[in-house]
Write a protein that binds this ligand. Sequence first.
Ligand code: BES
Ligand code: ZN
Ligand code: ZN
Length: 502
Amino acid sequence: MKFNVKLNSGNLLQANYPVLVVPAFEDPALPPDLRELDKLWKGVLASALKSEVLTADGELYIVPNPIGKGIHRIAFVGMGKSDQCDLEKLRNIAGTAANSLRKRDVGRICFLVEPFITFDYKIENVGQTLLEGALLGSYSFDQFKAEKDTHVLSNVELHLPKHINIKDLMPMLDETLALTTSTLMTRDWCNTPGNLATPTHLARLAKDIAKEAGLSVKVLDEKDCERLGMGSFLAVSRGSDEPPKFIVIDYKPKRHSKTICFVGKAITFDSGGISLKPGKDMHLMKADKGGGLAVLATMRTVGMLQPDNVRIIGIVPACENLPDGRATKPGDIVTTMGGKSIEVLNTDAEGRLILADGLEYGCSEYRPDAIIDVATLTGSCVIALGQDMSGYWTDDKNIAEAIEKAAEISGERTWRMPLHKPYAEQLKSDCADTANIGGPWGGSITAALFLKQFVGDTPWMHLDIAGPFWAEKSSGYLTKGATGYGPRLLYRFITQWAATVK
Ligand code: BES
Ligand code: ZN
Ligand code: ZN
């Protein structure tokens, strides 16, 4: 995952790129920046644009250099209508274009940025979006194959107009690299199966991240968790021989006036436990650690980018959910560290059990100004919203505004869901303070209402990413398998929230 990302400017006639990527909107006109070059190239660019109709978004038409000196090829990329091209569409187009160039064995590409600008987007946002799309779209997961994907796009560059001072854009470049590499780290780890990404491996990863990014980290083992009374977390882990790990990473700048906690579900494999899942697609539950990985990757980003004035804590309870002679059984009653008793009516609703202790730990240990949990929590949320977006639940106005703005910037869609209080009735248990499941309808809502019981008055949001954590096929900047949904959204969320909350 080593990328070379570079910003260039200057006269295109003197440039020497293997491929320069240029947009071709519907009714294409030659971008003014290319007129001089086209003269030198004897008009091949203008005539290519006239004769070649690029109908699909991201489709390429490549024009080789007819004179042999300078830029080797111009790749026109189909863009559709210019009045319909928002940043997310641009990100997808950049992903498609970069990936098809990569597959043609192009290792270095450069985007001519200015003609890609639509609406009144700023040049740095457009540049960042092109880089993100290209870096995310050309991902492939070949760690465990003897035959490696030898097509590697290692250099992605931007060609900027003369009036831009490249130095001013360096923070954007750092931000882009931190966000994209953290997203790709999430993909890698979520694609890695349960035998190779155990709670112990995740604890190791957390320590590596903390070291690399200068954060403090602690990992509570089973004994520590027992001492703290985390009966709900440990109940999930009981059926597994893999030791559970409760991971805490802390970013604490010298001056900070607010604190935010993230709690991410990291079930390294969810078989359902005694309430065993059906066999079909069970292997996908290797990625039931997507929320935890999103939180770890967000902490990595935070460590790299050092946002001002806000302390950020990432809490990741990690364990397996397996059936066994010692496993928790339907009907068992367990108690959280805060003393709440839970009747476990279904052992497959395990994410909320580990989050219950995670949320209580975050609230009591750090007294945060906001606490956010992130989880591949319910199939019900996927039924409600499909795979293109997560659902979020909150009663807090600042949090809701911040997540909406963050999603707008990152392109990771999310949709507000209701914390409809009457449904909380469904969580009543005959013999404990609460049951871990509600009735058959509105399952993602009762899951949220279950979690709300563990945060007291702390402003809170629950983000259910069971839909967008996985892609059934590659498209745009998403590649088949784990999508790495989360870290880009959560980092944007932090900066938005920290800027508005006093
Ligand atoms: N990890 C699953 C949820 C899930 C489903 C994530 C599909 C990603 C894709 C979770 O632990 C689970 O099994 N939830 C149950 C809850 C039910 C028993 C109340 C579900 O959604 O079916
Ligand atoms: Zn489950
Ligand atoms: Zn699960």
